[in-house]
Design a binder for this molecule. Structure first.
Ligand code: PMP
Length: 353
């Protein structure tokens, strides 16, 4: 028996699940993780925090994750309070909750591709119609074109991604403001990679106090090096946080997740210490590839999108054959590589040669 024999929803028939290959190779630069393992003192602090929860695992966790949200609000700054911050198991879950609350059957969400492939998949899973508008050929987004797409489709949610995955492109605040002014529905700015932005690239968080329909999503999976801990969060008007509570599962964040994430946020200086080193490797990949004649997208993230000059599937396989796993995001002619340690950059650049 296979899926097609089941009475599955018609709109899920013939679909494939999200699936970046998880292969056991020496150099894994395909999912934009932080390549640096957690430092020993952070491991110890998280271990103690988790240990302290174990006796009480007979009880449900704090349903509202108040202590963790308070810590995240403090990290974000901008005068945000616990009522304006929400957390879930990864920013994917946060975005799914947003689609459940603001999208759903009979409603639509619009995004500008190429962008993060989970946005349309989360829309599909929640029965929300997906409208795929396009970025400019240089992967930027012109405010006039963005507003024209809204006028044409009038979506219930708009997804903006800045810095954008897979291109690395940060959005001008003017684009976000223009979209906010024209959008009837909520505007989600996915800032999963914001900690890696180059100087002078502001976060959309500054706009939250003025714009009650703006929702900024963040994650601990990238800069914090906490992908395995599964913790994403959002900042928005307190009413948005009230809205997602209507759809979240009760006790969705386990006591262990909350404790580990609280300890990780408390140790943020040690965890975020890798960000500068990763940015150095990112810039080194960009400049080396350009010196070698590749077309490369500017990046404000911890990855680089470059044009391989030919079939990207062939190039991807050849790199894998040399022990370097990067990402084919399905953009003809282009591949994406995560910036990791200096040794990983060496291996990638050598394999590419
Ligand atoms: N947004 C973007 C743009 C991403 O690239 C990712 C991770 N690939 C996520 C959100 C989801 O991250 P997580 O669920 O681990 O927070």
């Amino acid at each position: 028996m296979n899926i097609e024999d089941l009475p599955i929803r018609d709109d899920l028939r013939g679909r494939t699940p999200y699936g970046a290959p998880q292969l056991d190779v020496a150099v894994r630069l395909n999912t934009n993780e932080n390549s640096y393992p957690l430092p020993d003192d952070v491991v110890e602090a998280i271990g103690k925090a988790v240990q302290a929860e174990l006796r009480d695992l007979n009880r449900y966790p704090d349903r509202d994750a108040i202590a963790l949200r308070t810590a995240l609000a403090d990290y974000l700054g901008h005068g945000l309070s616990v009522a304006e911050v929400w957390a879930a198991n990864g920013s994917n879950e946060v975005q799914q909750q947003l689609l459940q609350a603001f999208g759903g059957p009979g409603r639509t969400a619009l995004g500008f591709g190429p962008s993060y492939s989970m946005h349309p998949l989360l829309a599909l899973g929640t029965g929300t119609g997906w409208i795929g508008a396009l970025r400019d050929p240089d992967f930027g987004l012109d405010p006039g074109k963005a507003v024209a797409a809204l006028d044409e489709h009038d979506p219930d949610l708009v997804f903006l991604c800045s810095p954008n995955n897979p291109t690395g492109t940060a959005l001008d605040p003017e684009v976000i403001t223009a979209v906010l002014e024209r959008a009837r529905g909520v505007v989600v700015v996915d800032e999963a990679y914001t900690e890696f932005a180059r100087a002078g690239t502001p976060s959309a968080l500054t706009l939250v106090p003025e714009h009650p329909r703006l929702i900024v999503t963040r994650t601990m999976s990238k800069a914090f090096g906490f992908a395995g801990g599964r913790l994403g969060y959002l900042a928005a008007h307190a009413a948005v946080v009230d809205a997602v509570q209507l759809v979240r599962l009760p006790y969705h964040l386990s006591s262990l997740t909350q404790a580990a994430a609280r300890a990780a946020v408390a140790q943020r200086d040690a965890l975020l210490a890798t960000v500068e080193a990763i940015k150095v490797q990112r810039d080194r990949i960009v400049s080396t590839l350009r010196e070698r004649g590749f077309r490369v997208a500017d990046s404000d993230a911890n990855f680089v999108l470059f044009e391989v000059g030919g079939d990207q599937r062939v190039a991807w396989q050849k790199l894998l054959d040399r022990g370097v796993l990067i990402r084919d995001v399905g953009l003809p002619g282009w591949l994406r590589v995560t910036a990791g340690t200096p040794a990983e950059t060496d291996a990638f650049l050598e394999a590419l040669r």
